[in-house]
Design a protein around this ligand. Structure first.
Ligand code: ADP
Ligand code: MG
Length: 156
């Protein structure tokens, strides 16, 4: 597990950008944290690191937005999902098991259908207004590798 404390949106974006540079097609990034924790802010930086030129906004009403970067980038926000069954209607498997990178906000709400191997990022507000604690942990060889890579770029 990698824990990083940031003190501004810019610092969080810096982490997101570095992680975005490391991501590859097929990777799944699951974001959890309260409203305003920084999930969308982080996603925007991940997309930038994935060479997405478009401005990334939360797909609150559409559930999913697709972007073209180094890989296809699928950004889901399942906050308004009423039932996990809606994910089946959406054909979520096409995204999770694809050559694209899938980023899910509020991933905890669809835990039961998430692939076991994935990168989890939990964002928590700290004591100060702009402080955030970011916990990154991965399950599976690929995601452990991502964390090792992220640690080595973070310390250089
Ligand atoms: P979420 O998608 O989790 O609801 P957003 O990314 O939309 O959250 O909003 C986070 C808000 O908090 C943004 O307005 C951002 O500028 C602000 N913010 C302040 N400090 C930080 C920080 N350290 N990391 C991320 N966002 C921060
Ligand atoms: Mg959001």
């Amino acid at each position: 597990m990698l824990t990083i404390v940031t003190n501004s949106a810019e610092e969080t974006k810096e982490i997101g950008y570095r992680l975005g540079r490391i991501l590859q097609g097929g990777d799944i990034v699951c974001l959890t944290g309260d409203l305003g924790a920084g999930k969308t802010t982080l996603t925007q930086a991940l997309a930038k690191g994935l060479d997405v030129d478009d401005y990334v906004t939360s797909p609150t009403f559409t559930l999913i937005n697709e972007y073209n970067g180094r890989y296809p980038v699928y950004h889901m926000d399942v906050y308004r999902l009423e039932d996990v069954d809606e994910m089946y209607d959406l054909g979520y498997e096409e995204y999770f098991y694809s050559d694209g990178v899938t980023i899910v906000e509020w991933a905890n709400l669809i835990e039961e259908i998430l692939p076991e191997e994935r990168l989890n990022i939990q964002l928590k507000r700290g004591k100060e207004g702009n402080e955030r604690e970011i916990n990154i942990y991965g399950k599976g060889e690929r995601y452990e590798e991502i964390i090792r890579n992220l640690k080595s770029v973070s310390s250089s």
